[in-house]
Design a protein around this ligand. Sequence first.
Ligand code: GLC
Length: 713
Amino acid sequence: MSEISKFENARRRASKLLEKMTLTEKIGQLSQFGTSIYSDDHKAFEDHFAEGKIGSYLTIRDRKRINEIQSELVEKSPNHIPALFADDVIHGYKTTFPIPLAQSCSWDPEMTEKCCAISAKEAYRDGIRWTFAPMVDIARDPRWGRIMEGYGEDTFLCRCFARAAVKGYQGNEIGEKDRLLSCMKHFIAYGAVVGGKDYNSVDMSMQQLYDIYLPPFREGIDAGAATVMTAFNDLNGVPSTANKMLLTDILRKELGFKGFVVSDDGAVEELVNHGYAENEGDAGKKAFNAGVDMLMSGDIFNDHFPEFVKNGEISEEKINESVLSILTMKFLIGLMDDWKVDENEDTAFFAPEHLSAARESAEHSFVLLENDGVLPLGKHDKIALVGPMARNKRDVMGPWECVGEEERTVTVEEGLKRVFPETKISVCEGCDLETDDISGICEAVEIAKSADLVIVAVGQRHGTVGEAASTTRLRLTPPQETLINEVSKLGKPVVLLLFCGRPLVLTEYRDKANAILCVWYPGTETGNAVANVLSGKHNPSGRLTASFPVTEGQIPVYYNFFSTGRPAVGIQRFEAKYNDCQIEPLYPFGYGKSYTEFLYEDIKLSSDKMTEDGVIDISFTVRNTGKHDGYEIVQLYVRDLVASRVRPVKELKGFKKVFVKAGESKRETISLKAKELAFCHTDMTFSVEKGDFKLWVAKNALDNSNEFDFRVV
Ligand code: GLC
């Protein structure tokens, strides 16, 4: 049966069921509950089971428990409708993968698709059927802790990862075994909160919204995303969770979204705090009438909607539409026909192929920021491994670790000892991640003194990034800075391993180390991935997808900015720049080093002009002139030189990840479609404009060495 007819068949079965349901039961399908409803006092919710007031649960993490709840609900509720069990499977269920920001630095959407598919399989086996992922919020401000959860600052790249993640979680069509319903979040522009302060307001032009923040959602919806989650923030004064223009006019009418919308946790009642609703009932009504189908979480809909329907403030027809879209999904994934989780089926948790995928994803996510040649590590008799991340099992998993198990984490120490069995590796954390205690630093320095080389494993506690983790200081803790300073005085080769979830200010550390490798939060296979990269088994190929600022005061700093009337080129006083800081970020979008060198040769354009529906193929040879095989990520940037709205100085419009053996070369092509040059005009139409353009085949956003002109005619 085709996908369309499967959808229609599910919808038909759902509408037949809908006819038998009471209003109470219909509203129950719109209500999601957390663990509270089934904790010790779950007896207090007997009526919820008897009247079918529960449509979904979140974060119930055990298939036995899910079966218990489900069988009671199915047995006691009037039409025996099972609940949809959801969870935040963001970068792994049991096997923990690198955080999404790290995964984006691999520039390998297919690898992320594989990670999401594995995560879906492990979660599915444990009874989960819906994940609140992918998070596709574009983030240009590293003060915002949730930058770790998305795919960076660039719209084009985020679109690629959004599509890949939806495909990974959902498979080719909704309803396959070992797959989950996906959820595009947070709709919309949550990453643009003022000051990088979580939950803060967002104020931007609709053109900016359409050019920068909406495309990843459009991509995910085109890829078949089943659900969308609203954002906490207001957009131009109207909270996203009660924003009809967003949730109905744009999401459903313009983007053609056919799934259902769930509020973020608490976002409905928070409309009162926004000053947009008088009370929780008013909040529920406004959110629902704007386009929210399901409440996360609690009884606001159950408690207030019967009255609103009676007095006409909410139409039962609209309730029926929401219930229909939720029931259709339940039929489509087979939940209505078989809700029982097989408690004997292999969970596949930490399966060898899952671990190797996690290791590969981590290896490809690492970004080599500095290297004077000290890496890859040669033969050393004695290595000192110091720093609080040396033996760390928990923080290296990052936030949103779902039900990952820290005891399964391979530490840096374990990884290094596996890869360098003949080397004496002495270990001393020297300090921790939380206190100001520096009493252990002298011991760390002592073991460093007797080593040939020192690896300093430092970073941020996992709780310092993620939700509700905005910060004004993007540095390591003072004890870690002391450790770096003391070790650097020894005159030994120093390799800095940086564990973080956001761009940090590394300016002061640059001259303290011979190499800096940003490993983000690599997950379960941390130690193996770190050792494989330090040893050269995997040549680091990651490229930054979020700019690293020189200092916090430089924020927001991102690569696709507008030229302004006084572009900052550093030749005169009157330019758009700061007088006390360099113009560029410390490390730009697209930046990353390799153990080898790649040359781009013989770059050819299939034409220097194209029509509005045309394409130009850019062919090039990538030559590996070094001694190490490796991946190069060739980036294609464009600039529209003159347009009806000013355009960014650079925009990523293509990339190619190429593996080239040492001494060899490969000929590749990136196709630039004219439609990718479209942008939102002042009259809100969206199209390509004719005119002159430049393009660059580049190593990062600041690389202008291969520049070409072309026209749209
Ligand atoms: C949180 C997050 C959201 C998450 C939800 C459920 O507040 O904003 O991304 O999916 O609640 O945990």
